[in-house]
Design a protein around this ligand. Structure first.
Ligand SMILES: [Zn+2]
Length: 425
């Protein structure tokens, strides 16, 4: 049975973020939100059917207004549903003890090298049942939804053995089927070198490339293939092998690059034709230039820098140099345990010199491109999926200005209301 059409009217600002469906927005384009004052949108059959001023749409649909559910957005703004293109939400356990250790002086890499960090979550995730992982991850998805997020990417990488990697990817698939948020999967078997391969990491790379990646492709378990390229984890040469192996099976490359120190990860992203390079806290000038030339999207994660008390990536420079920038929470139990993408937007402004408009572009259309969905989502344009968020602020700048607060009023996913007055409906 088809749902009632939804007619949103009288939005103070209806922010369409239009014009970037073919390719991500760069430079000045990122700062130009297409805004309709007293805006309106007609949503039907899960699709955006019309966008314009309230007056225009009231005329256009004058003989159908009676059959629609009408949402009055007076005093509010309307945005495309937010998109998070980099998360690790399928995990078990929690690591507040490490947070406490760090506040007592230990570094993230010290904790990881002593069996904590990714290894601690790996142990818990290996032990967890399918059902436990599913229910823990659903709670996180519910929290994302309440923050206006309608699509996320989710990575495996807390298994480091095939059985658990597969379990994570299967859970992500079930989340996509069972939860209203769309979940796009990335295989990240090379998230860390497992303890039993510390002396022979190349053997683990062989297992990832020759055994796991073919299984991922055979089971149609992921669209993307990611690797943690960092000193002490995987070298650029090993990372290249892993990403090239995925390409043979049509897995699109992504890379965790230059997070802790400059390691030519951004350069590698450009060379292998990665869709995105993520983190980039210490990306070199040359790496940034190459990313801009090749159109590699920089997925920046200022929440991780904030939580690890590190300097943020050079977002301002990347935008000025022509890198298409997207933003993400990096939601994970060790370095960024948050689902608040709006807070990440605020950090992008405060810590990376981005403008409120650029932050919105980075969480909508550019984030859509980072997961290869630019034509379907990320803007309020006719024909796109009816993923819409209505926020309780009178203009878009207040979204970041009133920081650390959740302004979400209503969320519409594929044409259905899923959050009302800030609560799941
Ligand atoms: Zn990550």
């Amino acid at each position: 049975m088809s749902e009632k059409p939804i007619f949103i009217q009288h939005a103070n600002e209806l922010i369409t973020v239009s014009g970037g469906s073919e390719k991500p927005l760069t430079k000045e384009e990122m700062n130009h939100l297409e805004i309709i004052n007293d805006g309106a949108a007609w949503l039907e059959d899960g699709i955006i059917k019309a966008v314009g001023t309230t007056e225009e749409l009231q005329v256009k649909f004058s003989n159908r207004l009676d059959e629609a559910m009408i949402i009055d957005a007076t005093g509010k703004i309307v945005l495309p549903g937010l998109i998070d293109p980099h998360t690790h939400i399928v995990y078990a356990g929690s690591r507040e003890n490490e947070f406490n250790m760090r506040l007592n002086g230990a570094t993230y890499m010290e904790i990881m090298n002593n069996g904590g960090g990714i290894h601690a979550t790996t142990s818990r995730t290996r032990e967890a049942s399918h059902e436990e992982l599913l229910s823990e991850s659903k709670k996180r998805l519910n929290s994302f939804l309440k923050h206006g997020v309608t699509t996320i990417e989710a990575k495996s990488g807390y298994g480091l053995d095939w059985e658990t990697e597969k379990k994570q990817l299967e859970v992500a698939k079930r989340l996509n089927d069972e939860h209203v948020i769309d979940v796009v999967s990335t295989f990240m078997g090379a998230h860390a070198v497992p303890a039993n391969y510390k002396e022979n990491p190349d053997e683990f790379v062989r297992i990832v490339t020759k055994e796991m990646i073919p299984e991922v492709a055979k089971g149609n378990l992921a669209e993307f293939n990611d690797v943690f390229c960092e000193r002490g984890v995987f070298t650029p040469e090993q990372s290249r092998r892993i990403l090239e192996a995925g390409k043979k099976y049509d897995l699109i490359p992504k890379i965790h690059a230059d997070e802790i120190e400059p390691y030519e990860g951004a350069e590698l992203a450009a060379e292998v034709g990665a869709i995105s390079a993520d983190h980039l806290l210490r990306a070199s000038d040359n790496g940034i230039k190459k990313m801009a030339e090749k159109g590699v999207i920089g997925v920046l994660l200022p929440g991780t820098a904030f939580f690890l008390m590190a300097d943020s990536a050079r977002g301002r420079k990347m935008i000025d140099e022509g890198v298409p920038v997207a933003l993400s929470t990096d939601c994970n139990p060790g370095s960024s345990p948050t689902t608040s993408l709006p807070f990440i937007m605020n950090l992008a402004c405060m810590k990376m010199g981005m403008t409120p408009a650029e932050a919105i572009t980075a969480c909508t259309i550019n984030a859509a491109h980072a997961i290869n969905r630019g034509k379907e989502i990320g803007s309020l344009e006719v024909g796109k999926k009816a993923d819409v968020v209505i926020l309780n602020v009178p203009n878009y700048m207040q979204l970041q200005y009133h920081y650390g607060m959740n302004h979400t009023d209503t969320v519409i996913k594929s044409g259905k209301i899923v959050v009302e007055k800030g609560q799941l409906s």
